[in-house]
Design a protein around this ligand. Sequence first.
Ligand SMILES: Cc1cc2nc3c(=O)[nH]c(=O)nc-3n(C[C@H](O)[C@H](O)[C@H](O)COP(=O)(O)OP(=O)(O)OC[C@H]3O[C@@H](n4cnc5c(N)ncnc54)[C@H](O)[C@@H]3O)c2cc1C
Length: 542
Amino acid sequence: MSNKTFDYIIVGSGTAGTVLANRLSSDPSIQVCLIEAGPGDKTPLVHIPSFVGTLMFHKTYGWNYKTTPQSALGGREILLPRGKILGGCSSTNGMAYFRGHPKDFDEWESMGNPGWSYRDVLPYFIRSENNVDYRQSPYHGTDGEMHISHVRKYNPMITPFLEATSSLGYPRCEDFNGCMDPVGFDVRQNAIHEGRRVSGVTAFLKPVIKRPNLTVVTECLVNRVLLENNRATGIDIELAGLRQNFIARREVVLCGGTYGSPALLLHSGIGDSNELAKAGIKTEINLPGVGKNLHDHPSAVVQRVCSNSESYGISWKALPRNALSVFQYLLTRKGQLAGNLFEVTGFLHTTEGLDRPDVQFVFMPANRPKPGFPFPVGHGYGINSVLLRPKSRGSVTLASSDPHQAPLIDTNFLGDDADLEPLLRGMRIARKILDTPQMNKYQGKETLPGVNVDSDEELKAFIKANMTSVHHPGGTCRMGDNEECVVDSQLRVRGIEGLRVADASVFPRMVSGNSNAPTVMVAEKAADMILGKTPPAPIDPG
Ligand SMILES: Cc1cc2nc3c(=O)[nH]c(=O)nc-3n(C[C@H](O)[C@H](O)[C@H](O)COP(=O)(O)OP(=O)(O)OC[C@H]3O[C@@H](n4cnc5c(N)ncnc54)[C@H](O)[C@@H]3O)c2cc1C
């Protein structure tokens, strides 16, 4: 590579990095370099939506992280999939498109972040979106790069499921991203277009990849940020086995994700000086908040198996349908391979006195895949209850000064006892839904937690022994205006010039929903800040 000096260096080509690469390189006079540790995204596993499960624990395309032994979970270590590929997690995630609850962003603003209220960030959500299903809605965009759509043909279990939730008095929510209080059940919107995944790469990077002022480097590990007199001047990288420096004339922007960005700051000597000393790293800036405030959405399942073959799954009964769906997909890009399996969701207040939903319900018209095989075998159905506003906080620290070594990720799942109650309430609601006549016709036999697990204590023990993550970690480089925060509301790392973080790690609190769309929004806003553009006028849709 001849040119090793750029105006902006973006570290990490995930959800946020791809957006920033597009927006910053839109000015041809600005030289932009985007660096990614993983390989390109050529594999069809990325692009066929129903293959989503094949990527989660992929040895080549993932970081294969797991938590430290979790004390509240009896020492269990929870798997934490993260994409290590062009597009990062946007190339490996479930493709569900949710922005979170409007109150989440008002809360961000109240935490010392002027300019991040819902009315301020809505124009950024709209900017990147292309959703022709809601052409007339003031909440949606149709000119952006990210195609968002509903699945065109639903699994037949979806109708009885929605009839079941309505029969219990739960409302429908026609548009989870298009109202001020999304509550209830309905089909979800997805980052899928014409039967293909819409990732950061396909939406934001590929269309501009030929720009002469944009350099994309894959299979390149960034070891640390170079600092001189409290200014970021570039990065120390490893490319094709060679260690070298790339220089940034203006800024280095970290988009390494909730685990990658704090790890990079720590390797650069930016973090809690005591912890840095333990890892054998010289402190450049004592910033104790780096890696703290880690939180994620835990989830507990109620699963039933059945002999009815309407659910997705591999079986003799479903063989003709499955075989047909392969041809249908190859010929038309339609059918069950064009979807991401989980088509319906719900957001509910599971108790009185809440200002927004505390549990998300994800209906799975499928058996749970067995460990080691990414597709459901046999037939069944289940509901995941996802805790949206966990109180537990964990941390990302370093095991050593070696950047090749995975960081120590302590999610502290259920570390705060208060996190158990909403999951318990969620499981009881899930059972109630599955016990309605509309769902009972499938005659499912409960495998998880099992009919004998019924008292509060038994269910809590089940949750501790079986809960998993739904992969929405955030908060480790939290944005705000006090000493515990890592970046300010302009996403500048405290005490250092020329260094920002722009990814899910800056969320001061995780949103009450899936986290890809809000990460795109953060990157859109970061691009305006970096380029010194006036923010768009706030929108008051309600
Ligand atoms: C299995 C799974 C399913 C999910 N499903 C959904 C869903 O359906 N809907 C939804 O909204 N959200 C979902 N999410 C969450 C969502 O995808 C993430 O919140 C979002 O992608 C985070 O974006 P990011 O830019 O912060 O990080 P990432 O997308 O993880 O990007 C970080 C990038 O930085 C690179 N990197 C890190 N460190 C270095 C380094 N030292 N050197 C070079 N490169 C580096 C990584 O390889 C990666 O490409 C899911 C996540 C996972 C893992």
